[in-house]
Ligand binder design. Structure first.
Ligand code: ADP
Length: 726
């Protein structure tokens, strides 16, 4: 039985490959496959039994075998090629088998003398299960039952043929019922196997759907939380100091309000499309004028990024049917993407033209020379909520809704969209729309009616450059806070909150943030999770695994409120996790707490004695760094020329990195610490050995005795000679 199961499984896989064609319904594929497998499996014993019948000269039964063989040899290839009307074809085939079997049951002298062939009909009826159509199953069962009853009733009217004596009937009855029974069992096994596979497939599909939904909610909440943080934050600031914040705050509130409105509009639009509740409202009007108007509306936004935006067309005007609302959504989505993904100094061109005579289509092309989209990502970009680099945190600003909506709108208009892109060079979206001229003529389309909707696409973010950081590393310089965030409004909001107490540096993605952190060794990092190029988690784990930056307190700032993300952040070493929308107080409290914690660390590392062991993994790393530096210092203590440069080369850090890390941990400069260490050693030597003061001074790297005495007095409040006396 196991063998049969195995063989069938192999055939199953082979058939999957052979029978598949683009667009085939998976249920039809299964149906074809099962029938082919079943018929091939039946053909073999049928040939064998027919040969046996021939051998025994059972001429009455012989044609039945031939009919069946002929049927299978025609029907099996037919199923390979047939692409439509498959269930009904199979039903007809099954009916044929039952009818032929019925005729031969009668010819053989009725049910009891049928050599068991009527079992073949029973197997056929059982097979209707796979057509999965109750009508076919009922019909076939009726036909079968009728043939059985008729065979019983008519039995007395038929003679038993001479070539089918009772012993042969018994032999063939046994053989036929045996192979047909095995055949039925194998079929049931196969059916269960397929059923289980189908169930698994369904579970996988449901899970995928579920994951997509979760992804959708995550993206949506992210999209809502960021603007909400700004709006709520700005309201707070305006309330506190209206004179200072009113103007700027209102601009940001308005921009973020529009971002929210845009998102809601897009979602509603998609929902309407899905529900089929978005009728096409065609007007016959000049599409060139309309496209120019749409492109013009984006000029200011493009200019704010120093992008050149051009419109070109060989036609001065072109009258055709179009739905202004839908064209607005389509073109605006593509244009705002082009602006979003083209760096400053780039170029975007919108071109529109009708196809040459004879082809009734109109194409709109939106070309940009921006970052481009990689080949493997191109086929997904029209999927809902798909964003390139789509591992949930790696994101570009946006919801991933725009292109899905664009595509659905274009489909609704009977058009189609194509995208070509060369990563790092250019992207071109080409839309083709059918040209008709049947809608009511609207010559004076009032364009102003679209301005409100357009403004949700063209709202310009308020960007303020942060002042370059002055490299003041003196003790009085305020600490450096590095803000890594892709939303300029959030950067602004955080800056206004912190710039009184911190020197603020900003980066707009994880990679840039990482480079800055390594270069500057900031005192604190506040970082978003979802960012383009490198996400916050990745940046966090890279910095926490780098000894130069592992000590820096790291606050993850995110719209991802789910527990899993929180845990992931904390596991990777985040010191705090703040969910948007957060308020000022909350952030300041977190910062203060981290700074307090930093102070306890300073006590741990200021001491010149060995650091007590700890279970805390993060602390262990810092402990070993401090121990390493101390060991290097102790080894070279007698060398007067020894200093920060040697420590830098042994720890593979730059002077600035070593300085900032060491100071952050111990609140002392490397030089101060080295001096204290030398003097402490001197104190020890004076107490415990007979070396004279000059020898001791020499031993700890002081070549100048008066310099040593002076330093000693300053450190301990008494002269070296006093230490000796004690
Ligand atoms: P989003 O709101 O995130 O921009 P879209 O559906 O509009 O969502 O776009 C999906 C993704 O396709 C974007 O996140 C981006 O990665 C990519 N994309 C779209 N247009 C362009 C373009 N002109 N250049 C580069 N990438 C693009």
């Amino acid at each position: 039985m196991w063998m049969i199961y195995h063989i069938i499984n192999r055939i199953n896989q082979w058939l999957d490959e052979k029978l598949f064609f683009e667009g085939i319904d998976p249920r039809i594929l299964t149906l074809k496959k099962v029938v082919i497998v079943a018929y091939i499996a039946a053909l073999i014993p049928v040939i064998f039994m027919t040969a046996l019948v021939w051998h025994f000269d059972m001429n009455t039964l012989l044609p039945y075998g031939f009919y069946l063989i002929a049927f299978y040899t025609i029907f099996i290839p037919l199923l390979f090629f047939l692409k439509r009307k498959i269930p009904i074809t199979i039903f007809i085939g099954m009916t044929y088998i039952i009818v032929v079997t019925f005729i031969y049951t009668l010819k053989l002298g009725g049910l009891t003398n049928s050599c068991g062939i009527f079992f073949g009909s029973l197997a056929t009826v059982i097979f209707t299960a796979i057509i999965n159509d109750i009508r076919f199953a009922i019909w076939l069962s009726i036909i079968y039952v009728v043939t059985i009853i008729l065979s019983g009733i008519l039995q007395p009217y038929f003679q038993i043929p001479a070539d089918i004596p009772p012993d042969k009937n018994v032999l063939f009855f046994t053989l036929n019922t045996t192979w047909i029974s095995i055949y039925i069992i194998a079929f049931i096994l196969f059916f269960i196997l397929e059923q289980t596979k189908a169930e698994k497939e369904e579970t996988r599909r449901l899970k995928e759907q579920d994951d997509a939904k979760t992804q959708l909610y995550t993206n949506i909440t992210h999209e809502f939380r960021t603007p909400l943080t700004i709006i709520l934050g700005m309201v707070e600031q305006i309330r506190e100091d209206p004179d200072k914040w009113m103007h700027n705050g209102l601009k940001r509130i308005s921009h973020n309000g529009k971002t929210l409105l845009h998102l809601v509009n897009q979602m509603l639009e998609l929902a309407k499309l899905k529900a089929g509740a978005n009728p096409v409202n065609l007007i016959l009007s000049d599409i060139i004028l309309y496209l120019k108007y749409l492109t013009d509306s984006f000029h200011e936004l493009a200019q704010s990024k120093q992008i050149t935006l051009k419109f070109s067309s060989p036609h001065t005007l072109y009258f055709m049917d179009y739905d202004p609302d839908k064209i607005l959504h389509i073109v605006s989505n593509l244009l705002s993407n082009a602006i979003k993904f083209t760096p400053s100094g780039g170029q975007i061109e919108v071109s529109a033209k009708a196809a040459p005579h004879g082809q009734s289509s109109f194409t709109i092309c939106i070309n940009d020379n921006g970052i481009g989209i990689s080949k493997d990502k191109l086929s997904h970009i029209f999927d809902r909520f798909y964003q390139v680099n789509n591992n949930t945190n790696h994101k570009s600003a946006g919801s991933g809704l725009g292109l899905a909506l664009t595509k659905e709108l274009i489909t609704l208009l009977d058009g189609h969209i194509e995208v070509k892109s060369e990563p790092g060079k250019r992207t071109a979206f080409t839309i083709s729309l059918p040209v008709t001229q049947e809608a009511p003529l609207t010559e004076d389309l009032s364009l102003s009616q679209f301005s409100e909707l357009l403004s949700t696409f063209t709202s310009i973010p308020v960007i303020e450059k942060t002042a370059p950081l002055c490299h003041d590393n003196t003790d009085h310089a305020p600490p450096i806070a590095l803000i890594v965030e892709d939303n300029s409004d959030v950067i602004h909001y955080l800056t206004t909150m912190l710039d009184q107490d911190y020197r603020i540096m900003t980066a707009t993605n994880g990679k840039e943030g990482y480079k800055m952190a390594i270069k500057l060794i900031p005192d604190i990092i506040i970082c978003d999770v979802m960012m383009p190029v490198m996400d916050g988690f990745e940046m966090l784990s890279q910095l926490k695994n780098d000894i130069r930056t592992s000590h820096i307190p790291f606050i993850l700032l995110t719209a991802k409120a789910d527990v899993q993300s929180r845990l992931e952040g904390l596991e990777k070493g985040a010191d705090a996790y703040l969910t948007k929308p957060f308020n000022r107080e909350e952030l300041l409290i977190r910062l203060n707490k981290l700074i307090e914690l930093r102070h306890t660390l300073k006590e741990r590392y200021t001491t010149l004695t060995p650091i007590p062991p700890t279970d805390n993994k993060a602390l262990q790393r810092e402990d070993s760094f401090m121990e390493q530096v101390r060991t290097i210092m102790e080894q070279h203590m007698g060398d007067e020329a020894f200093g920060i440069d040697q420590i830098c080369s042994e720890t593979a850090m730059s002077r600035a990195q070593l300085y900032r890390k060491f100071k952050a941990l111990s609140d002392k400069t490397v030089g101060e610490y080295l001096r204290s260490l030398r003097l402490k050693k001197a104190q020890e030597l004076l107490k415990k050995t007979d070396l004279n003061i000059t020898q001791v001074a020499f031993e700890v790297g002081f070549k100048n005795l008066s310099h040593f005495s002076h330093a000693f007095l300053e450190e301990f409040g008494y002269n070296p000679s006093k230490a000796r006396k004690d």
